[in-house]
Design a protein around this ligand. Structure first.
Ligand SMILES: C[S@@+](CC[C@H](N)C(=O)[O-])C[C@H]1O[C@@H](n2cnc3c(N)ncnc32)[C@H](O)[C@@H]1O
Length: 278
């Protein structure tokens, strides 16, 4: 691929999703966009790019962007964020929202569902404390394909072996031939919506907890700043944001401050928190 084509396609992908394609990742274009080219009847990537130059929008562009997303996820990924949620943030919310009895969680890059379902399993395990509560888990992602998989709740043996304790597998899943499907009562706890993090999330309302894990790593600094700032607009004044292990707000956004002793967790900076109180 010549450099003009590389520039063109990488700027289309970045404009549509924020995903940055550095020159060393050029090989990904060939492997991931080949199937998209064939789907639209183009012989190869060059022909697909020529078609995109004529019509740089619509379903073909959506498919190109989706093909470039990395949907890697697993249940209870990294362990700690879910321990912190159970041991610290959930008890805090139970005390804080004791009157409204509402708990709203947003998984902002939910991929194929392992993260929101991990939270749904945790809430089910804590059900005795949540009697009479209205608990909502909103799970969004830019990729419709990933969301379709998430909605199905069907996972391979390999996927359920990654991060999921055998007791949880037995309790929360049903075997479907060679596959495993998460039980309807857990599936029904999660609402899925397609959402691009470059857009305004305020129509979703305010949340007590936001998981935005392992997606900022794919964005450049200005996009990270934009996304973090817009996430802050839907956080309740005492809400927490949990980022991935390789992600931070430091040097990127000053609307957050770290939560002491809780690595990778941030709350609103004092002045932002005050704004939510009025
Ligand atoms: C590596 S997965 C992370 C999944 C999960 N949060 C975890 O940590 O296991 C990254 C996800 O971010 C999504 N993504 C990428 N760009 C996005 C955007 N602009 N808006 C919303 N989701 C996006 C991808 O489709 C992908 O499913």
């Amino acid at each position: 691929m010549n450099s003009a084509d590389f520039e063109f396609i990488s700027s289309l992908i970045k404009g549509g999703s924020g995903l940055v394609l550095t020159a060393d990742k050029g090989y990904l274009l060939e492997s991931r966009l080949g199937p998209v080219a064939h789907k639209y009847g183009h012989a190869n990537l060059d022909a697909l790019i020529a078609a995109l130059r004529l019509t740089p929008r619509g379903q073909m562009l959506t498919d190109v962007v989706e093909a470039m997303t990395t949907n890697e996820s697993f249940f209870f990924r990294d362990g700690k964020p879910f321990d912190m949620f159970r041991n610290k943030f959930l008890p805090d919310i139970l005390a804080r929202n004791a009157v409204s009895k509402t708990l709203r969680i947003w998984c902002a890059a939910a991929s194929t569902g392992q993260e929101p379902y991990s939270l749904a399993m945790l809430l089910t395990e804590e059900a005795s404390k949540l009697q009479g509560w209205n608990c909502q888990i909103l799970a969004t992602d830019i990729s419709n394909e990933a969301l379709d998989r998430a909605r199905s709740g069907i996972y391979t043996h390999f996927e359920v072996q990654r991060g999921l304790a055998i007791q949880r597998l037995i309790k929360f899943f049903e075997k479907q031939g060679e596959l495993w499907q998460i039980k309807p009562e857990i599936r029904n706890m999660v609402q899925y919506r397609q959402f691009n993090l470059l857009h305004d999330p305020r129509p979703f309302g305010r949340f007590d907890v936001v998981f935005c894990r392992n997606v900022l790593i794919y964005f450049d600094q200005p996009t990270k700043t934009q996304v973090l700032n817009s996430i802050s607009t839907v956080m309740d004044k005492d809400a927490v944001l949990l980022l991935g292990g390789a992600e931070t707000v430091f040097g990127i956004s000053d609307v957050f401050k770290p939560v002491a002793d809780h690595f990778g967790v941030y709350s609103l900076a004092a002045n932002e928190s005050l704004k939510r109180a009025v």
